[in-house]
Design a protein around this ligand. Structure first.
Ligand code: NAI
Ligand SMILES: NCC(=O)COP(=O)(O)O
Length: 346
């Protein structure tokens, strides 16, 4: 992937206001020069941001901007594109009353990227339950962004969650569903469509010409040749075989417990796992502070820190901004690569 940084600013959505999103965004802003971070603005309630900065004892001056093109005009200021909906500043106390502003920030960021005013969206974590309690009908950003992009562009998209860190990239094929629902949701078609999106986007967005895919099993020992569960032989293996006939570099189904040690990881570029925790446990265990959540399959670039709202740390100044910073950097590189490709095609 070209290392050119995007000249377009990145749109950062505020996320759950009672969480650490604003804390890590402010911390990244404070280090922007020393770390040479891409230019970004936050879509948030400016009063809430100023009050969190004060609580954290940060000497940050919040400036309200009217559009992304004003971002970075004066590097001293922390640029905030204001929400229409108000956000209250109550660390550690999620409140469904804040949901409208949280969703507005995601919507606005997505539209700005689609219209070409921002290079990518970097989302801060949402408190999913607080949004559900306010009537939000999507499991998480990943699924919501796909619906939003489908509605805004008229082109159906299947979202794919990728967790990528220094030593492991992995994808949960089923995402935010109860574990008990996984076997019924797992189909060969879902594995096939996910793998095709992963291979396409790793090539287009990460410059991996022919990514090596490793597909996990679902059951212990990948089903022990059919003796411990049937999904591995009846659903996963046929999908792997079809992918191979289509020319993909793919192995599997591999036993989930032995595909994440260093020697095994050296044999693939991305692991396709069958459910959320099968993918996210190794990713966060290996590199909680450096792993980034990327949504593939969208017409926009979206990254996010791997962690959640960390409500216990909000407003304390102890949340580490590393994963958020990694999300900013990756979004900047991905957007820069896309713009470079567009330049080359022009
Ligand atoms: N992209 C998103 O919007 C995501 C949202 N969530 C949401 O976050 C909420 C809380 O989820 P949890 O499972 O508790 O995960 P969490 O990541 O918020 O917290 C897990 C543990 O890690 C610590 N931690 C998290 N981020 C940290 C940081 N930056 N620095 C230092 N320590 C940190 C927390 O203090 C806590 O002990 C849930 O509502 C969940 O739905 C979770 C993951 C991603
Ligand atoms: N555990 C990852 C997670 O929940 C992230 O979800 P999303 O909001 O990025 O879809």
């Amino acid at each position: 992937m070209s290392r050119r940084a995007s000249p377009l600013p990145l749109a950062v959505s505020v996320g759950e206001p009672s969480g650490v999103g604003v804390d890590v965004t402010l911390a990244a802003f404070e280090r922007r020069q020393v770390l040479d971070l891409p230019t970004f603005f936050l879509i948030a309630d400016p009063e809430m941001v100023a009050s969190r900065a004060e609580r954290l004892g940060l000497d940050v001056q919040v400036r309200t901007i009217g559009r992304p093109s004003e971002c970075g005009a004066d590097a001293r200021f922390f640029d905030v594109l204001p929400l229409v909906n108000h956000h209250s500043e109550a660390p550690g106390r999620p409140d469904p009353a804040n949901a409208a502003g949280t969703i507005e920030a995601i919507d606005r960021a997505t539209r700005l990227v689609l219209e070409g005013s921002a290079g990518a969206i970097v989302t801060n974590p949402i408190d999913k339950k607080a949004l559900y309690d306010a009537g939000f009908r999507h499991p998480g950003h990943t699924e919501y962004l796909a619906d939003l992009c489908t509605n805004l562009t008229g082109q159906a998209c299947q979202p794919v969650m990728l967790l990528t860190g220094p030593d492991l990239s992995c994808v949960p094929v089923t995402i935010h569903i109860p574990l008990a629902d996984v076997p019924a949701a797992l189909t060969s078609e879902l594995i096939l469509s996910t793998a095709r999106i992963v291979a396409r986007d790793l090539r287009a967005r990460f410059g991996l010409e022919r990514p090596r895919l490793a597909v996990s099993g679902l059951n212990p020992h990948a089903g022990e040749r059919g003796a411990i569960g049937h999904e591995d032989e009846n659903i996963i293996r046929p999908a792997v075989e079809i992918l191979r006939t289509e020319g993909f570099d793919v192995v599997g189904p591999l036993p989930g417990d032995t595909m994440f040690h260093p020697e095994a990881r050296a044999r693939y570029d991305v692991a396709l796992c069958m459910y959320h925790d099968q993918a996210l446990i190794p990713a966060k265990t290996l590199a909680f502070d450096e792993t980034v959540n990327v949504t593939l399959g969208l017409p926009i670039i979206r990254t996010s820190p791997d962690h959640g709202t960390a409500a216990d740390l909000a407003g304390t100044g102890t949340a580490r901004p590393n994963s958020f910073i990694a999300a900013l950097r990756l979004a900047g590189r991905m957007a820069g690569a896309t713009e470079a490709e567009q330049d080359a095609a022009a």
